[in-house]
Each structure stands twice: as structure tokens, then as C-alpha cells.
Design a protein around this ligand. Structure first.
Ligand code: OSB
Ligand code: MG
Length: 373
């Protein structure tokens, strides 16, 4: 497979509902879409960096720079023989996993299309795998408790059986307790996006009474050590998100006992190759994983659904229906929740299995650049 052309598309779509976390509020979701072209086929990958370096240090601008000036010059015109090769394209680039993942995932997509198989088949080495993925919804911090309870009630009525809420100091025990009282059997969890410190151990011990599925990234975004101290003092499983970028981080977290669960985001770990390595390592260590979300478009969401068919994805992912994020998305068909089992079906066409609507990409596009040999 010779890569003849690569295009970068910076787009931005308005979110159906503002998304507030302990670090900031998003009204719009920008992203970079990478398209790779060769042999009459097109592969797509999504870069989940945002305008601000809030969740991680990368932004749309840094990712554009790294892709344009370092990664694309190593890739365009190259013959891809196997997907393990992607390391060659990242030669000389430390860090910047979100930029790397966008390019690497577009190569997996075009490769799967060339082999005429769905991406999930490549990831599972042709063995049988899930065709539906269990999912939940991630609810941002709301202005009032009653608005939160309304939102939770609506999502539960839609069929979501796992609810995650964002928490921050002052917005934790009370909203979680209120949800637990109204929905005693729901799978409930909290994501702090690093808003707390070890001084808050008593607060987390109090949360042990709420039967939470897990607490996601309670402490510093770059920490592994202090999370091990927290996990030893609480019963609820700690799940790491922001802290895990590389297989070596996952190894350290597992060996130190920093978490009992890992949130897998293919962007955060630099692409599908690293995602597979971390998946396999966690499977061996009996650490369950689940697929995190970054408010992706249909492209990133499709990649996530395929990834989440791997066997150690045993907890519901942050992959919700398209209508929960966007009025009209750039890929078709829109994803819908299967109400009966709180799942989303994996799109079983070739590659990521969705059709990218170029007319809609153009409508939302802010910047576009084409790279040829
Ligand atoms: O911490 O998991 C997070 C969205 C953007 C950045 C960070 C996070 C999130 C989510 C949203 O929780 C999950 C989704 O895409 O539905
Ligand atoms: Mg998170």
C-alpha cells in the first residue's frame, strides 16, 4: 500500500449540550481529521486534541505542526507493508501521542480497507469477537442538582445502564448520593479529571459507601505514585485516564497498585499499536479496561467501537449515541443506542465501517492542507 497523499482537515462542530469538567467547559468540539489516500482507497483518523491544553498538553495547533513538519514527511510516498511499521513514521518525535494516533489510525483504516475486512478483524487477528459494545454516558458538571438529576433520568430512560458524572471539589458526595438514591442499581462512577489531592482521602473513603463502579483520575494528571497511596486506603477501584500514555506507564501503575482499572483512549496512548500492547498487558495482569471517549466525531467513535471489541474491554465505554454530541455528524450512519442491552453496534463495513460525508467535512472545515509526494 503506497500512501500517495495525506490531507489534514481542521473542523469544529457545535455540541448539542455544553460539556463542563473540573478543568473547563466546551461548547464546540474542534478536531483534526487525517485522511490518507492510496490505491484508490481513503483511510481516516481523528486527532482528539482540543483548542486549549486542558486535558493534555497537545492542542490542535501543536498536533498540526507535529503532523505537518515531522510525521507526514516520513509517511507520504511510503510503501506500508505492515502496521507495526508505524514506528518508522514517528522516528524523532517524542511525546505528542494525540498527533501520532490520528495518523496511525488512518493507516489501520486504509489497511483494513485494502484487505477488505472490518478494522475489528485486524485488531482481533481474525478470531471471533464482539459485534456490540457495552456503553455508558459521561455527564458534565451541571449548574444545579435538579438539572443533573433530570439529565441522569433522561439518559437512564433512553436505556443507558452506566452513568459517569464529572466531579470537582464541592460537587462530589452530594450529587453522587442523590443519583444513587434515585437509581439504586445503576452502574455509577465519577471522573475527577485530577481535581483532588491526597488530603481528600476521607472524602474518597466516604464515597466507598456509594457502591461506585470506579473513581477515574482523582489525583494529579501526571501522577502514578500518589494514586497507589490512595488506592491502598479505599475500597472503590481507582481508574487511571490522564496518567497513562505509554505501555511503560501502564506497567508502573499495575506494579505499584495505583489502579485496578484502566481507561483506554487510543489518542492518549498514541495509536492502535500502543492500545493493543496496553490491552494485552492488562489482560495478563487481570486489570479490566474500557474505552474512554473524547467527544469524537463519527470517525473517532467508529475507531473506538472497533477497538473495544478486543477481549479485555469488559466494562462499559464512554461511547454514546451520536445525538448526544452532535446535531448532524460528519460520518454516517449515526450511532444509536441498543436500548435492550445498553450497547452500540460496531459498524461492520470495511475498515472503520462508516461513510465520511465530505460535504459536511467541508461545511465545518476551518483549515485544510494537502500533502503529496
Ligand atoms: O476525562 O474522560 C475524560 C471528554 C473530553 C476530555 C476528557 C474526558 C471526556 C469525557 C467524555 O469524559 C466522554 C465522551 O466522549 O462521551
Ligand atoms: Mg477521564
Amino acid at each position: 500500500m503506497k500512501i500517495e497523499r495525506i490531507e489534514l482537515h481542521h473542523i469544529s462542530q457545535k455540541l448539542v449540550h455544553p460539556f463542563r469538567t473540573s478543568v473547563g467547559t466546551q461548547l464546540e468540539r474542534p478536531c483534526i481529521l487525517v485522511s490518507v489516500h492510496g490505491e484508490g482507497l481513503t483511510g481516516w483518523g481523528e486527532c482528539v486534541a482540543s483548542t486549549d491544553p486542558e486535558y493534555t498538553y497537545e492542542t490542535i495547533s501543536t498536533a498540526w505542526h507535529i503532523l505537518k513538519d515531522f510525521i507526514i514527511p516520513n509517511t507520504v510516498g511510503q510503501e506500508i507493508v505492515g502496521l507495526g511499521d508505524t514506528k518508522a513514521y514517528f522516528k524523532g518525535v517524542r511525546g505528542h501521542p494525540l498527533a501520532k494516533a490520528a495518523l496511525e489510525n488512518s493507516l489501520w483504516d486504509i489497511f483494513a480497507k485494502a484487505k477488505e475486512v472490518p478494522l475489528s478483524r485486524l485488531l482481533n487477528r481474525d478470531s471471533d469477537h464482539a459485534t456490540r459494545v457495552e456503553v455508558g454516558v459521561s455527564i458534565g458538571i451541571q449548574p444545579t442538582l435538579s438539572e443533573l438529576l433530570n439529565r441522569v433520568g433522561n439518559f437512564v430512560n433512553q436505556g443507558y445502564q452506566r452513568i459517569k458524572i464529572k466531579i470537582e471539589p464541592g460537587w462530589e458526595i452530594e450529587p453522587l448520593t442523590a443519583i444513587r438514591e434515585r437509581h439504586p442499581d445503576i452502574k455509577l462512577m465519577a471522573d475527577a479529571n485530577s481535581a483532588f489531592s491526597l488530603d481528600d482521602v476521607p472524602l474518597f473513603q466516604e464515597m466507598d459507601n456509594l457502591n461506585l463502579l470506579m473513581i477515574e483520575q482523582p489525583l494529579h494528571y501526571d501522577d502514578i505514585y500518589e494514586h497507589s497511596k490512595l488506592q491502598k486506603q479505599i475500597k472503590t477501584p481507582v481508574c487511571l485516564d490522564e496518567s497513562i500514555h505509554l505501555p511503560t506507564h501502564a506497567k508502573a501503575a499495575i506494579e505499584l497498585g495505583s489502579c485496578r482499572i484502566i481507561n483506554m483512549k487510543v489518542g492518549r496512548v498514541g495509536g492502535l499499536n500502543n492500545a493493543k500492547s496496553i490491552h494485552d498487558m492488562c489482560l495478563k495482569a487481570s486489570i479490566p479496561i474500557w474505552c474512554g471517549g473524547m467527544l469524537e466525531t463519527g470517525i473517532g467513535r467508529a475507531t473506538n467501537l472497533h477497538l473495544a471489541t478486543m477481549p479485555n474491554f469488559t466494562l462499559p465505554g464512554d461511547i454514546s449515541a451520536t445525538s448526544r454530541y452532535y446535531h448532524e455528524d460528519i460520518a454516517e450512519p449515526a450511532f444509536e443506542l441498543n436500548r435492550e442491552d445498553s450497547t452500540i453496534s460496531v459498524p461492520m463495513g470495511l475498515g472503520i465501517g462508516v461513510e465520511v460525508r465530505l460535504d459536511r467535512v467541508k461545511k465545518h472545515r476551518i483549515r485544510h492542507e494537502i500533502f503529496t509526494i
